[in-house]
Design a protein around this ligand. Structure first.
Ligand code: C2E
Ligand code: MG
Ligand code: MG
Length: 263
């Protein structure tokens, strides 16, 4: 693909994102994260979608890179956070047990020196607190500018928010992240879970991460658990929390309310 074709494609995606924001076609779905022992839902991960003009849901893998590249991630991220706040309010109104909602932050968002104030002002406008939320970051997004990331994490954690290290194990310096960053949760990447029932090395890695995490007062979430056998294995390895299609796909706000009322 030529540079011109790449640029054209990126511009088309940027236009698509911008139009979706303006037309109100940004959607947020929620995936339950359950406690490995009690199987109760303990948190929700918010995942963005764009609804196309013809009604199909477009994956974030398609548009997050272009949103980052163009700077549209700032507006898109605010829209996602507002929708999470709206949902937190509806949970409160239903007097449902309110699990903490974790929101993904990408590298560009982490470097936005105004992000903390944006988040404070949105939560206050909904009469919510930052302690109702958690944020998921990746090793690369934190390491792009460690000082800025540390400042943001300290501000948000002082306000009661939690931090998860997403896709753990896929970066270059994963272990050093555990000591350098103020974290609460480590999310083991799905690549370790996929082969966990027949790859002894995956089991050894999961066991080691659980061991390190317990010494650092971190909880460990296994991402991408799809089968009963994988679920059993991560439970046996003392993972704290489990997320994956075995329990639930990401759900619309209405379906999440129903899920919570049943669980
Ligand atoms: P992530 O944060 O690691 O999210 C987990 C992804 O794995 C989600 O894909 C989820 O639907 C998928 N997943 C969950 N359980 C399973 C399973 O059992 N099997 C399989 N095969 N997949 C599973 P999704 O929603 O397509 O999101 C992809 C990525 O896009 C996310 O990865 C995150 O990096 C990014 N993303 C999503 N929403 C947002 C957002 O609001 N803001 C930002 N900045 N990034 C986002
Ligand atoms: Mg995530
Ligand atoms: Mg992940």
């Amino acid at each position: 693909m030529s540079i011109e074709q790449l640029n054209l494609m990126r511009n088309e995606t940027e236009r698509m994102i911008w139009k979706a924001i303006n037309d109100g076609r940004v959607r947020v779905v929620f995936q339950p994260v359950v406690c490995a022992k009690s199987l109760k839902t303990i948190s929700l991960e918010a995942l963005v979608r764009i609804e196309s003009e013809t009604g199909e849901m477009i994956s974030p893998m398609v548009f997050i890179p272009a949103a980052e590249q163009s700077g549209l991630i700032r507006t898109l991220g605010q829209e996602v956070f507002r929708k999470c706040c709206e949902f937190a309010v509806s949970l409160r109104e239903q007097q449902c047990e309110s699990p903490r909602i974790f929101v993904n932050l990408s590298a560009k968002q982490m470097q936005d020196s105004d992000l903390y104030h944006q988040l404070v002002s949105i939560t206050e406008s909904f009469d919510l607190k930052l302690s109702d939320f958690g944020f998921e970051i990746t090793e690369s997004s934190a390491m792009e500018d460690l000082q800025i990331a540390l400042k943001l994490m300290e501000q948000l954690r002082s306000a009661g928010a939690l931090f998860s290290l997403d896709d753990f194990g896929t970066g270059y310096a994963s272990l050093s992240c555990l000591s350098d960053l103020p974290l609460d949760v480590v999310k083991l990447d799905r690549s370790f879970i996929t082969g966990i029932t027949d790859k002894p090395v995956s089991q050894v890695i999961v066991r080691a991460v659980v061991d390190i995490a317990s010494h650092s007062h971190l909880t460990v979430t296994a991402e991408g658990v799809e089968t009963k056998a994988q679920c059993q294995m991560v439970q046996d390895l003392n993972v704290t929390h489990i997320q994956g299609f075995y329990f639930s796909q990401p759900l619309s706000a209405a379906d999440t309310l129903q899920w919570l009322s049943k669980s």
